[in-house]
Design a protein around this ligand. Structure first.
Ligand SMILES: Cc1cc2nc3c(=O)[nH]c(=O)nc-3n(C[C@H](O)[C@H](O)[C@H](O)COP(=O)(O)OP(=O)(O)OC[C@H]3O[C@@H](n4cnc5c(N)ncnc54)[C@H](O)[C@@H]3O)c2cc1C
Length: 324
């Protein structure tokens, strides 16, 4: 059996491990202490938002990823995923009103959404989406197959070899699933063009009757009933490896949605803030394929859609490279 070394323990790595575990001896190396995973600082919703195929290459990937994620969930019933109603809301004064009216053709106009009585009537598109209990979902993949895990930080990569702070690791094939930190590990010209985009969200413990996901124009409000967590976000800030949350952006988002909900939200100051670093690819596209180092592949640039891209990227890499 060939040895596959997977670097990372975010959703890209966990899905690939699940996919490859019956055909490879797997060594997984990750260090969430030295390189905090975006996946555990993610508000984590999957919704199609009426993305259609055949319009842009990115739209095609988003579309295919949604359906490969949905199929994976339906066939494997992993822990940590819940199907919910996703509501897309916008007002007649929204700057993208004509685009959204077209995109979400057939929408309703309502003042009552997800159990909230809103301040005014808004346009509402409702669809099936998924919320993810991130730690539970990531952990589920560990229970599904054989692998060897090492907590170490990889300093450099070469053909068939990764050098860590604690030791060296040899493998037939290496797949780097290091999120934004791929920028520090891979020499590729492509990766140097990718960007680090910080995202933060607010979190409270709260009680609502059921889970939901709601996007009012560009602000997301998510309730994860099983953990009693209410999430609001996310901010977006491009400034390299910077973890300082953008509180002004978050406050503006909070005020916007709290006004619509007639002040039903807990106070801004009582929220806990989570911050993660998203990896924005060239033309916002995710990547899965070769790197400039022989025998080293990468899955990266998941940006804002990592939870559904993971199934698409893991399946593609497996079919094109690992299985062959
Ligand atoms: C605020 C916020 C909200 C978001 N909301 C959504 C959403 O609603 N829906 C959605 O689909 N996506 C969302 N995303 C994006 C999504 O969370 C990410 O795209 C996804 O989690 C990235 O997963 P990954 O496995 O590629 O990277 P990561 O989760 O960052 O994992 C990288 C792994 O590599 C390890 N690593 C890195 N370098 C090294 C090294 N040198 N040595 C050892 N280990 C290393 C890290 O420790 C980590 O385990 C959001 C992101 C943020 C920040």
């Amino acid at each position: 059996m060939k040895t596959l070394l997977i670097i990372g323990r975010g959703i890209a790595a966990q899905y690939l491990k699940w996919k490859a575990s019956s055909q490879f001896h797997i060594i997984q190396v990750a260090s969430n202490d030295f390189a905090p995973a975006c996946s555990v600082n993610s508000s984590a919703v999957v919704a199609l938002r009426k993305t259609q195929k055949g319009i842009t290459p990115l739209g095609d990937i988003i579309h295919d990823s949604f359906f490969s994620f949905e199929k994976f969930i339906e066939q494997n019933n992993p822990k940590g995923v819940e199907a919910v109603n996703h509501y897309q809301l916008w007002g007649e004064d929204f700057k993208q009103v004509s685009n959204w009216d077209k995109r979400y053709e057939g929408f309703n106009i309502s003042q009552d959404v997800a159990g909230f009585s809103l301040k005014r009537k808004v346009r509402v598109h409702q669809e099936r989406g998924f919320i993810i209990y991130t730690q539970k979902y990531l952990d589920w993949f560990d229970s599904e197959g054989e692998f060897q895990f090492v907590n170490d930080y990889i300093i450099s990569l070469a053909a068939g070899k990764a050098i860590g702070r604690r030791g060296d690791y040899r493998a037939d094939i290496i797949v780097c699933c290091a999120g934004v930190y791929s920028k520090l590990l891979l020499p590729d010209n492509r990766i140097s063009q990718t960007k680090v985009v910080q995202g933060s969200y607010l979190e409270w413990e709260n009680d609502f009757p059921q889970s939901f996901s709601l996007t009012f124009e560009e602000v997301n409000l998510i309730y994860k009933k099983k953990e009693r967590k209410l999430l609001l976000g996310a901010s977006s800030y491009e400034n390299g490896f910077d973890f300082m949350p953008q509180k002004d952006q978050l406050r503006a988002k909070y005020e916007k949605i709290n006004a619509l909900l007639q002040n039903r939200l807990p106070s801004f100051l009582s929220a806990k803030i989570h911050t993660g670093l998203r990896h924005k690819g060239v033309k916002r596209k995710p990547y899965c394929g070769k790197t400039q180092i022989d025998g080293v592949f990468s899955i990266d640039s998941f940006h804002k859609n990592g939870w559904s891209y993971a199934t698409w990227a893991g399946d593609s890499l497996f079919q094109e490279v690992l299985e062959g």
